[in-house]
Design a protein around this ligand. Structure first.
Ligand code: URA
Length: 158
């Protein structure tokens, strides 16, 4: 399961997370490790677009977080990916520093949890992409580890 902060204009119009420019980039990131949208669940912390695309306020996050917790309870993800600083601060640590702490594993309520740079940040600053490629490879290794220890089928294999 991957979680972003909140919808942009395209997502707000369509009611689907990550369908705009950042979403297309996220699709490319997933493809690099053999994943696509049929194999992951994508959600946002807030469910409506914050004005001017600003960061969602804590009070707005609080208003929506129950819905996201319900989504998590239904999906029961083994791996939880925070896309960007806001999701990482909400789920991993309020003091999370994305520049320093991305790509490390954390335990969040029994879920193996990792934070990646937000796809929008990677569009804005391509210099962050090599580090994210390493993080994606780490994510892929963890998926493989989990599949080997359970009866889950590896992405891309039948
Ligand atoms: N950014 C997010 O955090 N979520 C989206 O759905 C789109 C852009």
């Amino acid at each position: 399961m991957l979680v972003g902060e909140g919808p942009g204009a395209s997502e707000d119009e369509q009611g689907i997370p990550f369908v705009g420019r950042a979403g297309k980039f996220l699709d490319d990131m997933l493809a690099m490790i053999g994943l696509d949208r049929t194999k992951v669940y994508i959600a946002n912390i807030v469910k409506c677009r914050p004005p001017e695309n600003r960061d969602p306020l804590n009070v707005e996050q609080d208003a929506c977080i129950g819905y996201l917790h319900r989504q998590i309870a239904l999906v029961q993800p083994k791996i939880f990916v925070c896309l960007g600083r806001i999701a990482a601060m909400r789920f991993i640590d309020a003091k999370f520093r994305i520049t320093k702490d991305h790509g490390h594993w954390y335990d969040v309520n029994g879920m193996r949890t990792i934070a990646l740079y937000h796809p929008s940040a990677l569009l804005r600053d391509p210099r962050k992409r090599p580090e994210t490629f390493d993080d994606l490879k780490e994510l892929q290794r963890e998926i493989q580890r989990i599949c080997e220890h359970t009866d889950l089928v590896l992405p891309g294999r039948s």
